[in-house]
Design a protein around this ligand. Structure first.
Ligand code: HEM
Length: 505
């Protein structure tokens, strides 16, 4: 039997690919010379034939982009296979583009995933226009009714923190890679709001779902490439993890979102209303009954649940994992946090959200962890809806924008020695917390993170409770795990183990 194109052995396949690239490349001289308008931001280096700057981006995107910004300025253009991207760097330029021109850049481009899920303009993070506006507004209003930004939510988080600490205590100081435990805990918080229930740390269904989600955020690194070349999906051996990525998203849609929507629809009990899904369904029914125009429907609900579940998990747990790692590297910082807790709260009673203003050093560590780790090196890519000019450059309609968060969090013009982990940068001489306006880990503008207040509570309550109860030590004395990251949609530390030693033993 003859092999089809997609069944060829990998070497042959790659050779054919190379020939196709070269042929198109030679034919595309014209495309190369006229890829972006002259008055839009300059290229940092000449784009290569056909692929543009695609292969000039090394595996460490952050470093390459820092280099390009240094050489070119806060706004530069890139060409990815003929598609024009503008990279936005630095706080001042972020504000100019995402606040002053918010309306022109609030669109997000459709991605390869939406195509494969056959989900067009659904949910929050991947939708546009009236659909995005309504889904975002409804979601925020429901989350508020569950205490977003209030003590009600803090109590929910605290309960989960207690379970987390008890699980850590059970280890009796044995080394642990805390990734799964942390991610399940954080995920349980948003999960308890969305579906009205939490899962046990040993639950096989939930632990698998959460680990798969972690894999998806890693595979996400290939999303821009897959969106440019959707046919990579068919490459034998799933070289770009495209099929795995799609199947994880389908699994979340099906076994989590849809299954829980159906369960809640069938549930007649009084507990029914105590979750996000039930509130959404009731608001949706009300709109339909009143004959009001609405984008609220089941497909949107499925996508919204996925957005909240994914966006609300690895971002927060990634920050906690970085915090644990920094505490191993900077034991003096760890000790200082502990001493502050002992003197202002004590070591017996549980720390609550009301203690937040009395623990400035801990707050500074939370902020420095977010700044230094910068778990979202890029905010959501945008597409220019309407042409505008910023900082003397034209942003043509249809151009794509990459908001480079790393350039803000690690800007040497704002932060002294940005590569150093130094919580004191967020304290004044009197030890009071300061809030530099350039500190924007949740981005800014119309699409600013909608879970900001929830995430801030989570980070404060997890960090404080961990240090109050445990001393953190590396797995091996005198051998620290590296501060290297796994690059993906969320930058998490490489796997490492540490020991949680119960204090006051
Ligand atoms: C430390 C934790 C978190 C960080 C660092 C973070 C960061 C971000 C960033 C940078 C964006 C992109 C904003 C933009 O494109 O301008 C974003 C969007 C988003 N975040 Fe978060 N986030 C965190 C936690 C959460 C939580 C807990 C939730 C859920 C309750 C959440 C839900 C969302 C959603 C739904 C969006 C899309 C907003 C839109 O497109 O309108 N995030 N987040």
């Amino acid at each position: 039997m003859q092999a089809t194109f997609f069944e060829l052995p990998i070497v042959q396949f790659l050779l054919i690919l190379l020939i196709i690239f070269l042929t198109i490349g030679l034919m595309s001289k014209k495309i190369r010379t006229k890829r972006k308008p002259d008055n839009s931001p300059p290229y940092p280096s000449p784009p290569s034939y056909f692929v543009g700057h695609l292969f000039q981006l090394t595996t460490n995107c952050r470093l390459k982009m820092r280099e390009w910004r240094h050489a070119t300025g806060d706004l530069y253009s890139l060409d990815f296979a003929g598609r024009h991207y503008i990279v936005v760097n630095g706080y001042k330029t972020f504000k100019e583009v995402f606040v002053h021109h918010a309306g022109s850049v609030q669109g997000v481009p459709p991605s390869f995933i939406n195509d494969k899920l056959q989900e067009h303009n659904k949910g929050i993070a991947e939708s546009n226009g009236q659909n995005w506006l309504e889904q975002r507004k409804v979601s925020i209003s429901i989350l508020r009714s569950f205490g977003l930004g209030t003590n009600l939510l803090a109590e929910r988080i605290q309960n989960e923190v207690c379970v987390y600490l008890d699980e850590l205590s059970k280890l009796r100081g044995a080394p642990l890679d805390a990734r799964l435990l942390t991610t399940v805990s954080v995920s349980n918080i948003i999960c308890s709001i969305i579906i009205g229930r939490r899962f046990d740390h040993q639950d096989p269904y939930f632990t698998e779902l959460v680990s798969n989600m972690g894999k998806a955020t890693k595979y996400f690194a290939n999303l821009p490439l897959l969106t440019l070349f959707p046919w990579l999906y068919h490459i034998p051996g799933d070289l770009f993890n495209a099929r795995k990525l799609v199947s994880i998203f389908k699994e979340i849609n099906c076994s989590f979102s849809l299954a829980n929507i159906e369960r809640i629809c069938d549930d007649d009990s009084s507990e029914k209303a105590d979750n996000f899904i039930a509130c959404y369904l009731s608001k949706m029914a009300k709109k339909h009954n009143e004959g009001k125009p609405t984008t609220m429907d089941k497909e949107n609900l499925i996508a919204v649940i996925r957005n909240l579940f994914i966006a609300g998990t690895d971002t927060t747990s990634g920050n906690i994992l970085w915090f644990l790692l920094y505490m191993l590297h900077y034991p003096d910082v760890q000790e200082k946090i502990y001493q502050e807790i002992v003197s202002r709260v004590g070591s017996e009673r549980q720390i609550t959200i009301e203690d937040k203003p009395n623990l400035p050093y801990l707050n500074a560590v939370v902020m420095e962890t977010q700044r230094h780790a910068c778990v979202t090196p890029f905010a959501s890519p945008r597409v220019v809806i309407e042409e505008f000019t910023a900082e003397g450059f034209v942003f043509p309609a249809g151009a794509h924008i990459l908001p480079n968060m790393d350039s803000v969090q690690h800007d040497p013009n704002v932060w002294e020695n940005p590569g150093d982990f130094n919580p004191e940068r967020f304290l004044d001489k009197g030890g009071n917390l300061i809030q530099p306006e350039e500190f924007i880990p949740f981005s800014l503008g119309n699409r600013v993170c909608l879970g900001e207040s929830m995430a801030k509570m989570e980070l404060f309550l997890f960090f404080s409770a961990i240090i109050q109860r445990f001393q953190l030590l590396p797995e091996h004395e005198n051998r620290l795990p590296p501060l290297d990251e796994i690059y993906g949609a969320i930058a998490c530390p490489q796997p490492y183990k540490l020991r949680f030693i119960q204090r006051n033993n």
